[in-house]
Write a protein that binds this ligand. Structure first.
Ligand code: GLY
Length: 399
C-alpha cells in the first residue's frame, strides 16, 4: 500500500512523462504493448484457473494469506472471469483458454433464472454475451434471453427504473448508478428479435437516471433511493463513496460507460451529451493523477495519499475508447490519448502483476468498497475484465 501512495505523490508532482521513462512503457508501440498484455494474460490466467474452488467464481486475492478469494455465483462479479477468458481467447485463439471459458460459463449458467439483484447484465452479458459474440452458439443466446427476462422482473413502473437492491433497513427502493451497465443486455435482446419491452425499460431507466442521479457538473450520486408509494426520490446517498455529495470514482466510470453504450443503442444525442459531460468531469478533475488512474473517490480524504482504484481506470479507459468513436477533432483525440495513458499506466509494473504472482490476477491496486472496509488495494476480477476490453477495443479501433 505504501508503495502506491508514494507513487501517487510522485506522479502528482512529476507528471506521467518521467513516470513512463522510469517504467519504459512509453517507448513501446501500442500494438506491441497490447499483444504483450494478452500473451501475459493467457499465461497468468492459467495460474488463476488452477486455484478456483469448484462451483465458485474468482474475485480477488488475499496476499497476506496467499489465498484466492472466490465467491458464490450470485455475487455481481460472477461473469467477469469467463468474460475475461473470452477476451483473451479472442486474441490468442488458445484452445486451453476457450475450454476454461466454457467451464466458467457452466458454473454460472443457472443465474439466468436469478432475479435477486439488478446485476444480471454484469453477470450474464459480460460472460455469455462475449461467448455468443465469438461462437454464435444458440444455447448461449437462450441463456441471455432468459437473463433479460429475469432482470426485467426488477423494473418498477412507479419510478420508471430497475430496482438495484431489495428493500432493507438502509433503503426503500435503491437505484445505483452502476445499474446503467445492466442495460446493454436488455438492448441487445430487443435488437436481436426479442421483446421490444426490454429496450423500452433500458430507455426509461436511463431517462430516470439522467433526471435524478446527476449534479450540474456531470458527477453522479451513487444511490438514489425512491419511495414506491409516491414514485418520488426519497433521498440521494452513497454506499461505496466517500460521502453522499462526493464523486465515487467507479460510479463515474459506470456512468460514462453506461451513457456511451445507451447512445450506441439508441442514437439519442442526450445520452451522448451526457457521456461527454461525464468524460470532461473525469478528465479535467484536479484530483485525477497524472497517470490518470483515479483515486477511489475524486473527493477522497487523504488525496494524494488515498488508495487508487485501478478498476475505475480500466472501465474509464474502455468507455473513453468507445466515446471517441462518436466524437470528432480535439475531443476525439483527447479521449483516445487519455485512454491510452490509462492503458499504459495499467500496463506498468506499478499496476500490472508479475507472472505467477497476485493469485493469477492481472492488475493490482483496485478498491472495492473502502467505507465498508472491504477490498482495499487488491486485485479485482472486473478490473482485469475492463482492462482486457480496453486493450481489445484499442486494437480493433485505433491500431
Ligand atoms: N457494482 C458494484 C461496484 O461497482 O462495486
Amino acid at each position: 500500500m505504501k508503495r502506491i501512495n508514494l507513487i501517487a505523490g510522485l506522479l502528482l508532482l512529476t507528471g506521467s512523462a518521467s513516470f513512463a521513462q522510469k517504467t519504459g512503457t512509453q517507448q513501446q508501440s501500442m500494438g506491441q504493448l497490447i499483444d504483450e498484455q494478452f500473451n501475459f494474460a493467457a499465461k497468468q490466467y492459467k495460474v488463476l484457473d488452477k486455484n478456483i474452488p469448484a462451483g465458485l467464481t474468482p474475485q480477488s486475492y488475499d496476499a497476506k494469506k496467499n489465498k484466492l478469494v472466490a465467491y458464490d455465483i450470485k455475487w455481481w462479479c460472477s461473469g467477469f472471469y469467463s468474460g475475461s477468458l473470452w477476451y483473451i481467447y479472442e486474441q490468442t485463439k488458445e484452445a486451453e483458454i476457450k475450454n476454461a471459458a466454457e467451464k466458467a460459463l457452466k458454473v454460472i449458467e443457472s443465474n439466468q433464472y436469478f432475479s435477486g439483484n439488478h446485476d444480471l447484465g454484469f453477470m450474464m452479458f459480460c460472460s455469455f454475451g462475449n461467448a455468443y459474440r465469438l461462437t454464435a452458439n444458440p444455447a448461449y443466446k437462450s441463456v441471455i434471453d432468459n437473463s433479460a427476462a429475469s432482470l426485467a422482473k426488477r423494473y418498477r413502473p412507479e419510478i420508471e427504473s430497475i430496482q438495484s437492491w431489495d428493500k432493507s433497513k438502509y433503503w426503500k427502493c435503491p437505484v445505483i448508478i452502476d445499474n446503467m451497465m445492466n442495460l446493454e443486455m436488455l438492448n441487445w435482446v430487443s435488437d436481436k428479435g426479442g421483446d421490444a419491452k426490454y429496450k423500452e425499460i433500458a430507455v426509461k431507466h436511463s431517462n430516470t437516471t439522467l433526471k435524478n442521479h446527476f449534479r450540474p457538473d456531470f458527477s453522479s450520486y451513487h444511490v438514489v433511493d425512491y419511495d414506491l408509494t409516491t414514485g418520488k426520490v426519497f433521498r440521494k446517498a452513497t454506499w461505496q463513496g466517500a460521502a453522499s455529495c462526493s464523486a465515487w470514482a467507479r460510479g463515474q466510470a459506470w456512468a460514462l460507460y453506461g451513457f456511451t453504450m445507451m447512445y450506441r443503442a439508441t442514437e439519442d444525442h442526450k445520452y451522448l451529451d451526457q457521456a461527454k459531460g461525464i468524460a470532461h468531469f473525469i478528465l479535467n478533475h484536479p484530483n485525477l493523477p497524472a497517470d490518470k488512474i483515479p483515486f477511489w473517490d475524486f473527493d477522497a480524504p487523504k488525496i494524494p495519499y488515498a488508495d487508487r482504484d485501478a478498476s475505475a481506470g480500466a472501465i474509464t479507459a474502455s468507455a473513453l475508447l468507445e466515446l471517441a468513436q462518436y466524437t470528432t477533432a480535439t475531443e476525439k483525440k483527447e479521449f483516445i490519448s487519455s485512454a491510452e495513458t490509462m492503458i499504459r499506466s495499467l500496463a506498468t509494473p506499478v499496476y500490472r502483476a508479475k507472472l505467477g504472482e497476485n493469485g493469477g490476477f492481472l492488475l493490482l491496486h483496485s478498491t472495492g468498497a473502502l467505507p465498508l472496509n472491504s477490498e482495499i488495494d487488491v486485485p479485482l476480477i472486473y478490473a482485469d475484465y475492463y482492462f482486457l476490453e480496453a486493450l481489445g477495443r484499442y486494437k480493433k479501433w485505433y491500431l
